[in-house]
Ligand binder design. Sequence first.
Ligand code: TYM
Length: 346
Amino acid sequence: MSDTPTDYTGPKRVLSGMQPTGQLHLGNYLGALKNWVSLQEDGSWDCFYCVVDLHAITMPHDPKTLPDAVRSAAAAYIASGVDPEKSAIFAQSAVPAHAELAWIFNCVARLGWLERMTQFKDKAGKDKERASVGLFTYPVLQAADILVYKATHVPVGEDQKQHLELCRDIAARFNRDYGNGEAIFPVTEPVIQGPGARIMSLRDGTAKMSKSDVSDNSRINLDDDADKIARKIKKAKSDPDALPSEEAGLEGRPEAANLVGIYAALTGKSKAEVLAEFGGDGFGRFKPALAEVAVEYLAPISDEYRRLISDTTEIDRILAKGAERANAVAAPVVAEAKKVIGFWGQ
Ligand code: TYM
């Protein structure tokens, strides 16, 4: 990871978020949450972790269940090790500056930049005309989420890479057009690292592990208990060959590569180290070993999640306190953006 980019001289800050659209899963944990916790524990970062409910309404949603979905995501953050005493945990909609800066950025980003976003194409499907306008400008709001804290680093999974490049383009363009020679916004550095950056479905090694997959067996949810975790790994798709002793041997074996990657990400080893240990073994031996480490790492998270979610008053208290901290940082930043853009009364 390189240090804070450009001539920006502000504090080192971290911002990341997840959508409250279904139970968080192993991909969210290994791709993002685990790194959120490491950055928090490093101690030299100011960390902001939000639940992005403004993004959740870009697709059809149920207003009755959204507040609980936000609480559930916050509980999963905390169960995974995000400490509300150290990091601000909050709902995006509780900090109005996100939406305000997003509007300004809608006028900075170019249509052509958004038209290149592959996630919009995937989510809108064939019938683009019926997609919400919010879904199209989704990455602009994401840039506002990040830059409204002047976040210098953003820990995410690999699938967010393109959105973070757009965020960098928006920051650079804003600085150029309105900065009067100064870097008002940092050109944010993505933190995409380790074998957990792209976890695939347990049923299909070529598809991303996702909340929206119809098969529950395709993913390990962060509220699955020990039995369920072990059962899903036992049922995971694999192949008939023994594991290779070197990484090159995983080529063309997406399921094997994924299971080895999960083992590596959970234990903090490299894939090469895992293969040095298990090369020559078949899945009859490897899967029980994987189930054991998965249960060891994930069952405590799922136990803690279930404990936390049984007391929503505590979660609401944490979310309210997090929103207060977030607002205190975001409000002056949006005021600065409004001033340099030329709004009356600023
Ligand atoms: P979302 O809610 O789809 O995913 C949340 C985080 O989990 C990571 N992730 C994965 N990592 C590895 N393997 C997987 N199978 C996997 N699935 C998901 C994602 O990369 C992400 O880090 N647009 C974002 C939310 C967002 C955001 C932000 C993120 C809104 N504003 C500002 C960072 C900064 C999203 O939909 O993530």
